[in-house]
Design a protein around this ligand. Structure first.
Ligand SMILES: Cc1cc2nc3c(=O)[nH]c(=O)nc-3n(C[C@H](O)[C@H](O)[C@H](O)COP(=O)(O)OP(=O)(O)OC[C@H]3O[C@@H](n4cnc5c(N)ncnc54)[C@H](O)[C@@H]3O)c2cc1C
Length: 317
């Protein structure tokens, strides 16, 4: 079922969902199930599976550097199919511009359509670690707006090769990313929202936000979105903190701030078990306030580690 239909059917009740990463190459699907099993009693309406793009690895060989292309976490589509089969839950694969030309994107979407997947989260993707900035593939997309446009076109039966006869229209519900603290490349929030509005105009039906730790930032973001004419549901993304290292790692990777009260509480922790408790308590308070505000879904970044999400969800769902 489409994410937007889950939201409609809930009639104002806040739903539960979460995101997982594909497992590292070499592990079995059982490790995915082991991470998800403890969360299933809270009846997630959908589970997102991220897409990890390739990396370049350079190894020394006979005095030369040899470049290899490595994907450490493949399997997004296979994991989605496995989840739907194993749990009868809707799986939402993330699909990115990076590393795909339009033809390859289309072929990936055809696979998803044949598997009965109803939703996709359309993203640009980050740049390859060893490259300083995002580079599209030749004949690929530079921005998520272009990817949303391609998926919307496929939903109308318009394929890359316009000569394809008997063109079957897909029926994907398209989600996109939003950034309460602004995407790091955008000159300002207003410009960022201009492109978010463009994604809606091109066919996006819901937004999932980057993680944030200060609900006021989400409330302000939603208000600004509404002022700009963005009317689709805006699902908050929440990350339970689990290690002290995340105080500096999360702001540097995700370009977000931690409120003073949270960083003070974390710095007073003596070990990661104490950090985990602070993260859970913060997550519960954040979630309760967001629920009161009437958010359609609480979406947790579990990163495959379910214990903290489970403890938060058990207070709410
Ligand atoms: C909920 C969520 C899930 C994610 N999942 C993944 C994942 O699975 N895999 C992964 O690799 N990454 C993932 N990311 C990270 C994401 O790919 C990066 O944040 C990336 O840098 C931007 O992606 P986007 O879709 O927001 O890009 P875009 O919407 O393309 O935006 C990128 C920048 O370009 C600007 N912009 C947008 N459209 C245009 C346009 N038409 N013309 C000019 N400028 C434009 C925007 O303002 C922004 O500054 C996720 C992020 C979020 C919030």
């Amino acid at each position: 079922m489409k994410v937007v239909d889950h939201i409609k059917n809930a009639k104002g009740k806040t739903l539960f969902s979460f995101e997982i990463l594909p497992i590292l190459k070499g592990q079995s699907i059982k490790s995915i199930y082991d991470g998800i099993d403890p969360l299933m009693e809270f009846k997630p309406q959908f589970i997102d599976v991220t897409y990890s793009r390739e990396e370049f690895v350079f190894t020394a060989k006979e005095g030369m550097l040899e470049k290899r292309i490595v994907r450490k976490r493949p399997g997004t589509v296979g994991i989605c199919a496995a989840l739907m089969n194993h749990y009868q839950v809707d799986a939402v694969p993330h699909i990115i511009c990076g590393g795909f030309n339009q033809e390859e994107t289309e072929n990936a979407l055809i696979d998803l359509d044949f598997l009965g997947i109803d939703n996709v989260l359309a993203l640009r993707g980050d740049h390859i670690k060893s490259e300083g900035q995002f580079r599209p593939q030749p004949h690929g997309h530079s921005f998520a707006t272009d990817l949303v446009d391609q998926i919307s076109n496929l939903n109308k039966g318009r394929y890359v090769d316009e000569q394809i006869p008997h063109s079957h229209p897909t029926n994907f519900c398209i989600g996109v990313a939003g950034y309460p603290e602004k995407h790091f490349e955008a000159p300002n929030l207003k410009t960022d929202l201009k492109y978010l509005k463009m994604k809606q105009d091109l066919g996006a039906e819901y937004v999932v936000t980057q993680m944030f730790f200060d609900n006021q930032k989400y409330f302000d973001f939603v208000n600004k979105c509404r002022e700009e004419g963005i009317t689709i549901p805006i699902i908050p993304g929440l990350k339970p903190l689990t290690t002290l290292k995340q105080i500096t790692v999360l702001p540097s990777i995700f370009h977000i701030d931690l409120p003073d009260a949270l960083s003070d509480a974390l710095y007073s922790c003596k070990n990661n078990e104490q950090v985990r408790h602070v993260g859970i308590e913060w997550g519960i308070q954040q979630s309760k306030e967001l629920m009161k505000f009437g958010v359609p879904v609480l979406h947790y970044y579990s990163m495959g580690k379910s214990q903290s999400v489970r403890e938060i969800a058990s207070e709410l769902f």
